[in-house]
Design a protein around this ligand. Structure first.
Ligand SMILES: Cc1ncc(COP(=O)(O)O)c(C=O)c1O
Length: 428
């Protein structure tokens, strides 16, 4: 099938909500490391990695052979039978996650991982209300879209009840029009008033991403989580940390993004890079919290032996290559370029992120900070022309998201930065 046939059939046979990037979407056919090929034989440098999913790059040979090997041995059992594959991964997660997180429940997506976390928090606390954040993203189930703090991702007018949205720690566009650190962390302290005025005073949980991914890599100030989580715990709630984008070294120096903020969650969720593109979601909780979930619950495909083999192989590579260190080093290199671009291009309003999770927010005018979604779309097209794949995000569609494989080389970062510079100069 040629690429135009694929595009035409996509339009004809898929829901229109399955939106693609670019005026003429790219039909990918092959990938290796940071490189992908399209159906027209063009090669691209992939600096988005399937929405931060290809943590160790396309078709890593260890992951590929683990999947092939497992598929020939045992494909499926359901969770009615314990397998060596599932317990090995669960034990590994308990080791790699901070604090007392210990017991896991496996599913097949980030949506289900968050859904499981919310159900668990409600069971454990006996409370029902959830504090979420504006600009957050939690997935596509009815509950997840209700948690999500973006109108475009909330297609239904009615939401799951009992979810209250606190202000995002979005310093560049402070919801209180204050400046850090003089703001006194108002976005965090306001959660107390939210609980006292909009809930019964007994929230079940606060769910938040360490860095808001779909929101445009919004990176909270360093004291944020200690203050926000402290308030929620004071009122009896637990902290669900959504590490779907930030997990497994992505933010550099640590396995989990939240470790930069020094707070230990009671529940944590993973998906995306946990199995390098294989559909795996995981919810991990402390012994005490997990043990409260005694009713029955199963996921037919959750913890599938092939998924677990893919997870184990991915985590093996991540540990062997220590992607925490790589992400920090290559992230510093990338950030150096992005900060220099900010000096050069007046339409870059903000550069933010950690490790290999870096975003640039585009504005029409630095003084007014008017979002520049058209420029952002143009930049995406220009980068495509220079054979560089990058991502887009933010409530206003004006944030470029960059997150290559954590095995990206020094020279690939230089190459990507050079291509991005050319694309930026065309938008200027
Ligand atoms: C932070 C976060 N949580 C949850 C999800 C939902 O994950 P999935 O698309 O695997 O259901 C996403 C997806 O982008 C995400 O970014």
């Amino acid at each position: 099938m040629d690429s135009s046939t694929v595009r035409a059939k996509h339009k004809e046979f898929l829901f229109p909500c399955v939106a693609n990037y670019y005026e003429e979407p790219i039909v990918l056919t092959q990938g290796l490391g940071c490189c992908v090929l399209d159906a027209d034989g063009r090669e691209y440098l992939d600096f988005f990695g399937g929405i931060l999913t290809l943590g160790v790059g396309h078709c890593h040979p260890d992951v590929v052979s683990a999947i092939q090997d497992q598929a020939g041995r045992l494909e499926h059992t359901s969770t009615l039978y314990p397998t060596e594959e599932i317990v090995r991964v669960a034990e590994r997660l308990a080791r790699m996650t901070p604090g007392k997180l210990k017991k896991s429940f496996f599913t097949t997506s980030g949506t289900e991982a968050d859904e499981t976390a919310i159900i668990l928090a409600k069971i454990f606390t006996g409370s029902q209300e959830i504090i979420a954040l504006r600009h957050s993203y939690a997935g596509r189930s009815h509950m997840a879209i209700s948690i999500t703090g973006h109108a475009p991702w909330r297609p239904l007018p009615t939401q799951v009840a009992g979810i209250k949205h606190a202000r995002s720690p979005y310093c560049y566009r402070c919801p209180f029009d204050l400046k850090y650190p003089d703001c006194g962390l108002r976005c965090a302290t306001d959660i107390e008033e939210l609980i006292r005025t909009e809930t019964t005073g007994k929230p079940a949980a606060f769910i938040a991403e360490p860095i808001q991914g779909v929101g445009g890599f919004i990176t909270p100030p360093k004291e944020y989580f200690e203050v926000a989580v402290g308030i929620v715990r004071k009122y009896g709630g637990v902290f669900i940390c959504d590490e779907v984008q930030t997990g497994f070294g992505r933010t550099g120096d640590h396995w989990c993004g939240i470790q930069h903020w020094g707070v230990e969650p009671e529940i944590m969720t993973f998906a995306k890079s946990i199995a390098n593109g294989f559909p795996v979601g995981a919810t991990i909780a402390t012994d005490e919290v997990a043990n409260s979930f005694t009713g029955l619950s199963l996921s037919t495909f959750g913890g599938n032996p092939i998924s677990m083999a893919a997870t184990e192989a991915t985590l093996d590579v991540m540990e062997r290559e220590d992607v925490r260190v790589r992400s920090a080093e290559r992230g510093r290199q990338l950030r150096g370029h992005l900060d220099a671009f900010k000096e050069k291009y007046p339409f870059i309003g903000d550069v933010r992120g950690k490790g290999l999770m870096q975003g640039i927010e585009l504005v029409e005018d630095r003084a007014t900070k008017e979002p520049a979604p058209k420029k952002t779309a143009k930049l995406l097209e220009a980068a495509k022309k220079h054979r560089l794949l990058i991502g887009k995000g933010g409530l206003y569609g004006n944030v470029i998201r960059i997150a290559p494989s954590m095995l990206v080389s020094r020279s690939e970062i230089e190459d990507g930065a050079r291509r991005l510079d050319m694309a930026l100069s065309e938008v200027n």
